[in-house]
Design a protein around this ligand. Structure first.
Ligand SMILES: [Zn+2]
Ligand SMILES: [Zn+2]
Length: 680
């Protein structure tokens, strides 16, 4: 029998697919989505078959059959990527411009290895059987939400309708109980269930809760999972013995069979955006996967994203409300500390009002616990007028300008706008202009000196690299080995610490002045979650929010002075006027080089090239090039072009043109990010 041809995708950052020869007996066993072992350069790789084998005369032009290399091995039937997942990978590859082989590899990283142990695991599962789960009784509100979701799950799909619902539930309203009830129903009908949650590695309680409630084994899926466990779970999913998985963003690709329900908890969370190697947004992919397989997709949040709200407004997604807190626990009291007015602690770099420090002391003296929340690291300073709280913003992008002291400049990290640091405030002519934001992280060193009696635990991504060590710190805080927990936004995830009576946000401005068009929306989401950390136990909680701008809309909503609808409407109008998502799509084209001059030169060349192309494309606007926010990290200089487009097709045309140009002779490396999460 003559050899056949097979097209494969290799797990390498390469755009092209490769053709190999395959013997007729191996060709019998190969399927679309099978892994195949192939020689590649000087090594061997586990690649993936992307179509059926073809006869030798179907060889693509320019290739010689005799010179093709041979497929060495084909994976067993049990390891073939299921059709739905394969289609999702192809969609990801086309939409996000990620190499297909890398996407397939991300979906099935351990597929090629040790499936024997996995089969044993699957057998064990079958033998162990199932114990009846214990679901809590639903409150009247939860029951209503559950019934509404069930209706959507069984909805017949007509043109324009979908099975996507936003479950909008305030913090503490018991969204999880509703998820569990819908999950139970889907499982009873023989379908499987996928739950996506941010920072899943840090919340093992959620996993235990699902197992107890559903009465069957629940898989746990995240990037820190040991290989053996990943392999076992993969096999169990493929064989249909594992039907429920809770996971981080990468779980959106997991090979669960016949999905009936996908839950995206905290749908607004920015960690759903994958930024390394294969770039994608797991929430958006969950919607795509749900559509492909006919599953109900529930997007849960107390503070939904504007993107999702806009889909609701357009009638594409349904909205189900869960308005009541269980056991009517009081919302914590928000205390806004005006940093421009109140006396500040002197002799430290960080900003701290005397009143805040005093409040922390009091709680610690009373034997309670306190959480102190710093802004994220790597934050650059913005310029603030101490007189009228005006912050210098970009005239083109409505984004805070960043202070660069060295050259006495203000810069926009989106469009590249540049100006001298002014002598007086543009609004009130005061000369009391101060850079704010940088130096906040010095609090880590300063706090122990201010509060020598405190037993401080720290939680920071830089210090705590592994998920295990992170949950370690949280566990120690829960056991009251410390009475003050200091950290960045890691603090805001869904941990319950009943002993915490005071939560302090050191500088709210660092969130809503962050140079990104989503900053106010994100700030409100994060601060709402921060506030939710206080008073989870018996004692009433208190939240102190330090800010230079107590009049800012985010603060106004947070302390109940204005409604969230009003705030969202304001943000929506601004986005529409400036053509930001959800009213346009964005792509970021990043030009990287170890040579400072190359990155800049290539970004300018690319910009000129693309600008010439878009003259005939009114849907497109090109911003930049501008030096990236963290302009030189790890010895690499980065320049960004931001493409805004009201047409998805035109956006992809420009991105393809940029990729073609980069292949045609730029010295720098070009990276594409569709729907980037941080713009700035
Ligand atoms: Zn002013
Ligand atoms: Zn700008």
């Amino acid at each position: 029998m003559q050899d056949l041809l097979i097209t494969v995708a290799v797990p390498r950052p390469l755009d092209s697919l490769f053709t190999y020869r395959i013997s007729s007996d191996l060709a019998e066993r190969v399927r679309v989505g099978s892994w195949v072992l192939v020689p590649f350069g000087r090594t061997k790789l586990h690649a993936f078959a992307v179509d059926e084998p073809k006869p030798a005369d179907a060889i693509p032009p320019g290739l010689e059959f005799e010179k093709l290399k041979q497929v060495l091995e084909v994976g067993p039937e049990s390891s073939v990527i299921p059709g739905e997942v394969f289609e999702l990978c192809k969609w990801t590859h086309e939409y996000y411009h990620s190499p297909l082989g890398e996407v397939l590899h991300a979906a099935m990283p351990g597929a090629a290895l040790g499936l024997k142990s996995a089969r044993r695991e699957a057998r064990q599962l079958e033998q162990s059987g199932r114990v009846p789960g214990v679901l809590h009784e639903l409150t009247a509100r939860q029951q209503e939400a559950f019934e509404a979701l069930e209706q959507i799950r069984h909805r017949t799909l007509e043109k324009g309708s979908s099975r996507v619902a936003l479950l909008h539930g305030v913090t503490g309203s018991g969204k999880t109980e509703v998820y569990l009830s819908v999950a139970r129903k889907a499982l009873d009908e023989g379908r499987s269930v996928l739950i996506l949650a941010p920072e899943i590695a840090l919340t093992p309680q959620l996993h235990e809760r699902f197992e107890a409630a559903l009465g069957e084994r629940v898989g746990l899926w995240h990037s820190a999972l040991p290989d053996a466990q990943r392999r076992d779970q993969t096999a169990a999913m493929m064989s249909g013995t594992l039907r429920v998985v809770i996971g981080a963003r990468s779980a959106v690709f997991c090979p669960l069979r016949d999905l009936g329900l996908i839950v995206v908890d905290e749908e607004h969370d920015s960690t759903y955006k994958q930024e390394d190697r294969v770039r994608y947004h797991a929430r958006d992919l969950a919607v795509v996967r749900g559509r492909m397989g006919g599953a109900l997709v529930v997007l849960g949040s107390a503070t939904p994203s504007l993107d999702t709200l806009e889909r609701v407004r357009e009638g594409k997604y349904a909205k189900v409300d869960l308005p009541e807190r269980v056991m009517s626990r009081a919302m914590p009291q928000i205390d806004v500390v005006d940093l421009a007015e109140e006396p500040r602690v002197e002799g430290i770099q960080a900003v701290m009002a005397e009143r805040t420090l005093e409040a922390i002391r009091q709680e610690l003296d009373a034997g309670n616990q306190v959480m102190v929340f710093l802004n994220r690291r790597g934050f650059a300073a913005f310029l603030l007028c101490e007189e009228c709280s005006e912050v210098s913003g970009c005239p083109h992008c409505s984004i805070s300008l960043t202070v660069h002291k060295r050259n006495r400049e203000l810069r926009c990290h989106v469009c590249g706008h540049l100006e001298q640091i002014p002598d007086a405030c543009a609004k009130c002519r005061s000369d009391r202009l101060i850079p704010v934001g940088a130096g906040t992280e010095s609090l880590e060193d300063e706090l122990p000196k201010l509060l020598p009696e405190a037993r401080i635990l720290r939680l920071d991504r830089d210090q705590v690299t592994s998920a295990t060590r992170l949950s370690d710190v949280l566990e120690r805080f829960r056991k009251k080995e410390g009475n003050l927990l200091l950290g960045t936004q890691m603090l805001v995830k869904g941990h319950d610490f009943p002993g915490v009576t005071l939560v302090v946000a050191i500088l709210a401005d660092a969130l809503f002045r962050y140079p990104d068009f989503r900053a106010p929306e994100r700030a409100l989401q994060i601060l709402t979650q921060v506030a939710g950390r206080a008073g989870r136990g018996e004692m009433p909680g208190r939240v102190m929010v330090q800010t230079f701008s107590p009049e800012h809309p985010v603060i106004q909503v947070l302390c109940g002075e204005s409604g969230i609808e009003e705030f969202l409407e304001g943000e929506r109008e601004l986005r529409e006027a400036l053509r930001y998502p959800p009213f346009a799509r964005l792509a970021r084209i990043r030009v990287e080089s170890p040579e400072r001059a190359h990155a800049r030169r290539d970004a300018l060349r690319l910009s000129e090239h693309l600008s010439a192309l878009v003259r005939e494309m009114p849907a497109i606007e090109i911003l930049g090039p501008s030096e990236a926010f963290l302009e030189r990290a790890k010895g690499i200089t980065r320049w960004d072009l931001l493409i805004k487009s009201t047409s998805v097709r035109d956006l992809h045309r420009i991105v393809n043109a940029a990729r073609a140009a980069s292949r045609g002779g730029l010295e720098s490396h070009v990276l594409v990010d569709i729907d980037p999460s941080g713009v700035g």
